[in-house]
Write a protein that binds this ligand. Structure first.
Ligand SMILES: [Zn+2]
Length: 105
């Protein structure tokens, strides 16, 4: 299974929406994997539909700005969690920042 990789435009500009059932949980092992996209900067997990995508630095900056937070020195140790994304029909625009749980190999 390949990681879905989309730009911010594609993320929020998509027209085909899947049902945002909510309550999805992110897999810590997936969060711990190295980013695959050459422009990948951080990950965004959608609790609404369960999609985990990589976002570029520009999009990450936009989210930090919207959260009124400064980007941490180690942004790759964090991920965003939303309740909707460009793939689903969720209505809640809440986005939160979480630390990626440490995975013991
Ligand atoms: Zn979604």
């Amino acid at each position: 299974m390949s990681t879905k990789i989309k730009t911010a435009e594609e993320l929020f500009g998509s027209t085909k929406r899947i049902n945002a059932t909510g309550g999805h949980k992110v897999n810590s092992l997936d969060l711990a994997k190295p980013l695959e996209w050459e422009q990948g900067f951080m990950r965004l997990f959608c609790e609404g539909c369960g999609n985990l995508v990589e976002i570029n630095q520009r999009f990450a900056e936009v989210i930090f700005h919207s959260l009124d937070r400064k980007m941490p020195d180690n942004p790759r140790e964090f991920y965003f969690q939303s309740k909707r994304c460009g793939y689903c029909d969720g209505q809640d625009n809440t986005i939160k920042l979480f630390a990626i749980p440490k995975v013991n190999a």
